[in-house]
Design a protein around this ligand. Structure first.
Ligand code: ADP
Ligand code: MG
Length: 419
């Protein structure tokens, strides 16, 4: 409405990124991106906006405030309005006995940041919905106007270590100063990272002392985390610690029904039940199996029925993971290196270092090994070295035709051997 009343430039500069945040007991809150637009609006448009609002609301009087709009940062921005993954909301989370408590706790925390359980520590196995819940908290809180920081533990470690190297720890710390909530995914990766643990300990205290919310996810209970400083472990347990268990049959079925609905596919109930019975431990796999059945049905123009589900799952179960040893051997022989040289931590010189990065990449992408395990296989390399190695390959493969050729040929050899 205001768009018609102010000049284009003024609109673009001051109004474009504003949004009505809430209307509560006659108080209308408008979110603005920064304090200069807050000042500009206060000075120039307050009365106009008020009048328009009174017209819209049909009220005699409204109060108006401009609030600096929250910002949030996460690793993978994926939606226009919220930087969180739009797939991972409370709305899309199917509740069952296995995750009821974690879900309720996450909801409570999202609604009353810093006021209920602090920290909230959610733990459980792979693919059971930890990241989903963490992002759901982020989503909900973000839309209510919170400054959030969501970070994977990998990233936390990397950025911290880099900031030390560049003598810029204060810059890194600045990230945490003005946030209302810190969400850290997969905190188990902090095992053995002494310096990062110490830093996290202090950051935790800062935030906690000022009632700011902290949420962690982890693959296990704080007491089961190895190589963790005692004082940090005890803080992990200060608030609420709750687990997510593998879903029971009923919940698995409910999840499948929900996903089928989201995909708008009509899939036979007995096909869903078949998948739910077969895939028990991991919701990501459960979803993957359904997607597979649906995709094949569309591709072959057949109904997604029990028969198709049977054959798809059978085929998927037969696909065995690629043994890491085979990957290392294949990469070594491709680069004409001795396997032990590739495996040993030493030798930073090209082409050994490059071959090792390629091995890291394949161990991660194809064998799906955890970073710690890759580090162990390649001569005790640090977690951050592995991430760096993999990232180098991922980045360079687009711009370096030789590398692309190497990757394709190695892949062919790996799968050629397997078939
Ligand atoms: P984790 O972080 O525990 O390894 P994720 O949160 O990444 O697992 O979940 C894996 C996949 O399963 C995601 O696509 C997620 O949306 C889905 N998922 C997990 N739990 C549920 C649930 N209760 N309802 C719906 N989808 C779920
Ligand atoms: Mg996760």
């Amino acid at each position: 409405m205001l768009e018609a009343e102010v000049t284009r430039t003024n609109y673009d500069t001051w109004l474009q990124d504003t949004a009505g945040l809430s209307f509560d007991h006659g108080l209308f809150t408008v979110g603005v991106p920064n304090s200069s637009s807050q000042q500009w609006l206060e000075k120039r448009l307050r009365s106009r906006i008020k009048k328009i609002l009174m017209d819209i609301m049909g009220e005699e009087e409204v109060k108006l405030e401009f609030k600096v709009y929250p910002s949030a940062s996460v690793e993978k921005p994926s939606a226009v309005n919220s930087p969180f993954n739009p797939k991972y909301t409370f709305d899309t989370f199917v509740v069952g006995d296995s995750n009821r408590l974690a879900h309720a706790a996450a909801m409570a925390v999202a609604e009353g940041l810093g006021k209920t359980y602090n920290p909230l520590f959610i733990y459980g196995g792979v693919g059971l919905g930890k990241t989903h819940l963490l992002q759901a908290i982020g989503h909900a809180a973000f839309h209510r106007g919170t400054n959030l920081l969501y970070m994977s533990t990998d990233k936390f470690i990397n950025e911290f270590i880099n900031s030390i190297k560049r003598n810029r720890v204060d810059e890194f710390s600045y990230k945490f100063e003005r946030i209302d909530a810190l969400l850290i995914d997969d905190i188990h990766f902090i095992s053995g990272k002494e310096q990062t643990q110490e830093y996290l300990f202090h950051t935790f205290n800062e935030l906690h002392n000022t009632n700011r919310q902290i949420v962690f996810t982890s693959d296990r209970h704080p007491r089961a985390l190895p190589l963790l400083e005692e004082r940090l472990r005890s803080r992990f347990e200060w608030g609420l610690t709750c687990d997510i268990q593998p879903p029971d049959l009923e919940t698995r079925l409910a999840i499948l029904r929900r996903k089928a609905e989201d995909l708008s596919v009509d899939i036979e109930e007995d096909a869903l039940e078949f998948i739910a019975r077969r895939v028990q431990r991991n919701i990501r796999e459960l979803e993957g199996s359904l997607n597979h059945v649906v995709a094949l049905a569309a591709l072959n123009k057949v109904p997604p029925d029990l028969e198709l589900a049977r054959s798809v799952l059978q085929e998927m179960e037969q696909r065995k993971p690629i043994p890491p040893e085979m990957i290392i051997d294949t990469v070594a022989s491709y680069f004409k290196l001795e396997t032990p040289l590739l495996r040993k931590g030493e030798g930073r010189k090209q082409p050994v270092a490059r071959a090792r990065q390629v091995a890291m990449y394949f161990l991660r992408e194809e064998a799906k090994l955890p970073l710690l395990e890759i580090g162990r296989l390649l001569g005790g390399k640090a977690h951050s070295t592995i991430i760096h190695g993999c990232e180098r390959i991922v980045l360079e493969v687009d711009t370096n035709p030789k590398l692309r050729e190497d990757i394709i040929e190695i892949k062919r050899r790996i799968y050629g051997q397997k078939l």
